[in-house]
Design a protein around this ligand. Structure first.
Ligand SMILES: NC(=O)c1ccc[n+]([C@@H]2O[C@H](COP(=O)([O-])OP(=O)(O)OC[C@H]3O[C@@H](n4cnc5c(N)ncnc54)[C@H](O)[C@@H]3O)[C@@H](O)[C@H]2O)c1
Length: 432
């Protein structure tokens, strides 16, 4: 197997995790260059991969001018930059591992899909690659329990994560980030729906959702814009001093705006930062313009149906799936690493049940686990990518960009349906 030479575009949280694969499997992947507009990120990448200054690029334009040869570019820039950075790379024929969401609008999505015809473009739908969802896919594809009748998915976003990323963090504003909550958080789930059910295409979509908890009217009496001066500091569970400093939830998001290596940031710098940044604001008063709950219903062309419930701010994180097929069903919570398979027992007019436990399969070595998270999905997508680029057999998870289009169209359609209070016909809306 040939060693894959890779350039990173945007050495932020996500890309730096994928790049760890080059450390754990140096015989498979080599990082040969990094492009980032932030000098600190370039220096961190230089140190992590022993790169020379000539392999650091301050902009995509600089990289493109140098005609660097590599097997793949990992595009880990933020959502709103995916289109403008991916199109010139495709123009030059680069293969790309592109973070999700591909883009926030259908026109750009279909343009990227069309442009990608001669390149290999894999989207980071990392959940597909986990042993849990891969197993569900292979059970369904085996045909033993018949065709899919219905897919029910739930995503509960734990309140620590929700507050950090979607109330105070960089995904809180659709206006700024480009993506609403559904696209940013749940295009994984709509992808699972379409990938598991890829014998057909989504057809009609409806959706409801609101922002009803993280609103000004739920703020405690006398609450101020910033927590540091609020009279409710002691009683409020979201107080920024406790939430962001004491508990230090997801520090690489919270302190990114200070633009210093995390371990060098002082307590004083953090407190000063919270006096000015959204991370220090009352969760009921930020400029969050996205929903905190949403449900989506999908009618597929072959008559199967799908539902997704997304709740932001739950006590525990949880992704649940229940796929009902003609002759059986598959049920599971990914957090439990187990799936239950029920099959019609035609002789006895009841059913048989088996439990498949993935705890051992998800038990990656400490080294392999350093390649991100997502129940092993970040590690397995890199493992598959190397094989895909080598033209070798890959898992059921690896597909080309066209297989990611439907998941995005469902998100766009659901947002239109929710905002405009209608049912969206994907064929009419997107001429697919
Ligand atoms: N697959 C998943 O499950 C998953 C999980 C979280 C985030 N994401 C997505 O991954 C992407 C990256 O998120 P992140 O949290 O790693 O972002 P980040 O902000 O940590 O990293 C982005 C990097 O891009 C750099 N950058 C900005 N503008 C640039 C430009 N013009 N050219 C080159 N570099 C530039 C920034 O300096 C930064 O280093 C986002 O689209 C996000 O939504 C995906």
């Amino acid at each position: 197997m040939k060693k894959i030479q890779c350039v990173i575009l945007g050495y932020g949280d996500r890309s730096s995790r994928y790049a760890e694969y080059a450390k754990t499997k140096p015989e498979e992947l080599e990082i040969i260059g990094v492009i980032d507009v932030n000098d600190l990120k370039l220096q961190q990448a230089k140190q992590a991969f022993g790169l020379s200054d000539a392999c650091l690029y301050k902009s995509l334009e600089e990289f493109l001018q140098k005609d660097v040869r590599c097997d793949v570019v990992i595009n880990g820039t933020m959502d709103q930059l995916h289109y403008v950075t991916t199109m010139p790379l495709l123009e030059k024929g680069y293969n790309i591992l592109l973070e999700k969401p591909v883009t926030a609008n259908p026109k750009e999505l279909l343009e990227i899909e069309a442009k990608a015809k001669n390149c290999k473009v894999v989207i980071c739908h990392v959940l597909r690659y986990t042993p849990f969802y891969s197993k569900i896919k292979s059970i369904i594809d085996s045909g033993k329990i018949g065709k899919i009748v219905s897919l029910q998915l739930n995503e509960h976003v734990w309140y620590g994560h929700f507050v950090n990323s979607y109330v105070r963090g960089k995904w809180r504003s659709e206006k700024e980030c480009g993506s609403g909550l559904l696209l940013a958080k749940c295009c994984h789930d709509t992808d699972l729906m379409c990938w598991l059910n890829n014998a057909t295409d989504p057809y009609m979509v409806s959706s409801f959702g609101t922002k009803s908890f993280f609103t000004e009217n739920n703020a405690p009496q006398g609450a101020t814009q910033y927590c540091y001066e609020c009279p409710n500091q002691k009683s409020c569970m979201f107080n920024a001093e406790k939430f962001q400093i004491e508990k230090d939830f997801i520090p690489f998001y919270t302190w990114a705006g200070i633009n210093k290596p995390l371990d060098t940031i002082t307590l004083e710098e953090k407190r000063e930062f919270l006096k000015k940044d959204t991370y220090g604001q009352c969760v009921f008063k930020t400029d969050m313009d996205i929903v905190d709950r949403q449900c989506v219903s999908v009618q597929f062309a072959n008559g199967s149906i799908g539902t997704l419930n997304m709740i932001g701010g739950t006590s525990a994180a949880g992704r649940h799936i229940h796929v009902v097929c003609e002759y059986g069903e598959v049920v599971g919570y990914i957090e439990e690493n187990k799936i239950i398979v029920r099959v019609f027992d035609k002789e006895n007019v009841c059913y048989t049940q088996s439990v498949i436990d993935f705890s051992a399969e998800n038990d990656l070595s400490e080294e392999d686990n350093s390649v991100g998270g997502h129940y092993g999905g970040d590690y397995y997508i890199m493992k598959d990518l190397v094989r895909f680029l080598n033209g070798e057999k890959t898992s059921v998870a690896t597909t080309v960009i066209s297989d990611s289009v439907n998941s995005h169209l469902i998100c766009y359609a659901a947002e239109k349906a929710r905002k405009e209070k209608l049912i969206v016909d994907l064929r009419k809306e997107y001429q697919r």
